[in-house]
Design a protein around this ligand. Structure first.
Ligand code: GTP
Ligand code: MG
Length: 257
């Protein structure tokens, strides 16, 4: 028997917000079955109710999201931000202040609070520049800090310059950066990843905007989440890092771009 032993399982939470966050969440679930990772807790929040359910429904099988959530053992929580008075489930219409208000309703905050209470550390994921993600990330960060979750890291996507949302994106990113350390993924740097694409994937990227963004998720954000989970949760022979090393690292590196 090891005297004084108090080692516990480390619950790593991932909170994704907005359309970008929901896509990343979908890509994560595509890669790993949440039921197999009871200490890797996933949360997806969006003002756009249809976006939340459509991404998790199988084509042609309406209403099977609840069944899926049950099958995943409630390791994943999906929440519509906002209420009848704010966004009514129809998105934030590109207005970051509407997104802030929707994520900040008592009900939305309560859902986030309940989730965050179960977590030892939280990774926030979403894009700045659009209506929901720009400030929903900050609202989530505030709740983490209120609940004294010190191990919080945000993975933040900035939009393509040609979308014309740079001002909103910078304002959202800078507000968040005052609260938690961030890793910034710039969509405009897609070409950095292109050398890793197969010919077929490169063709898809050329074919459209949506495919480009999803490729960035697949090549950078999802692997990053996978690696972070492994560093934090999987005891390693060689790397010998544990959750408290990770916490110390976040204190040192406030901004990684
Ligand atoms: N890399 C990547 N970028 C994305 C993805 N989805 C959206 N984006 C980028 O994120 C920016 C914001 O988009 P969304 O996250 O869909 O916006 P939102 O927060 O849902 O805002 P509203 O729809 O106005 O409520 C866009 O301008 C895109 O550049 C994605 O799946 N991957
Ligand atoms: Mg949206």
């Amino acid at each position: 028997m090891i005297l004084g032993m108090s080692k516990k399982e480390y619950n790593q939470g991932v909170i994704t917000v907005g359309g970008c966050g929901t896509s990343v969440l979908h890509d994560v679930v595509d890669m790993v079955n949440p039921a197999g990772y009871p200490h890797f807790l996933l949360f997806g929040g969006n003002t756009d109710a249809a976006d939340l359910s459509d991404k998790f429904e199988e084509p042609g099988k309406d209403g099977n999201v609840d069944e899926k959530l049950d099958a995943w053992g409630n390791n994943i929580t999906l929440v519509q931000f906002g209420d009848d008075k704010t966004t009514q489930g129809f998105g934030a219409g590109g207005d970051p202040e509407v997104g802030r208000e929707a994520a900040g309703t008592e009900q939305s905050r309560e859902y986030m609070r309940k989730f965050i209470e179960k977590c030892d550390g939280v990774i926030l994921v979403g894009a700045v520049g659009g209506g929901t993600g720009t400030y929903a990330l900050s609202v989530a960060a505030d709740i983490c800090l209120e609940l004294k979750i010190h191990t919080v890291l945000a993975i933040v996507v900035t939009p393509f310059e040609r979308e014309g949302r740079t001002k909103e994106a910078i304002e959202g990113r800078e507000e968040l950066r005052q609260k938690v350390p961030i890793i910034c993924i710039e969509n405009d740097h897609l070409e950095q990843y292109v050398s890793d694409l197969t010919n077929e994937e490169a063709e898809k990227v050329k074919g459209g905007f949506l495919a480009s963004r999803r490729m960035i998720n697949k090549l950078s954000i999802v692997p990053m989440l996978k690696i972070l989970r492994e560093i934090i949760q999987v005891p390693g022979d060689a790397k010998n890092l544990d959750p408290n090393d990770y916490r110390a690292l976040l204190k040192v590196g406030r901004y990684v771009a």
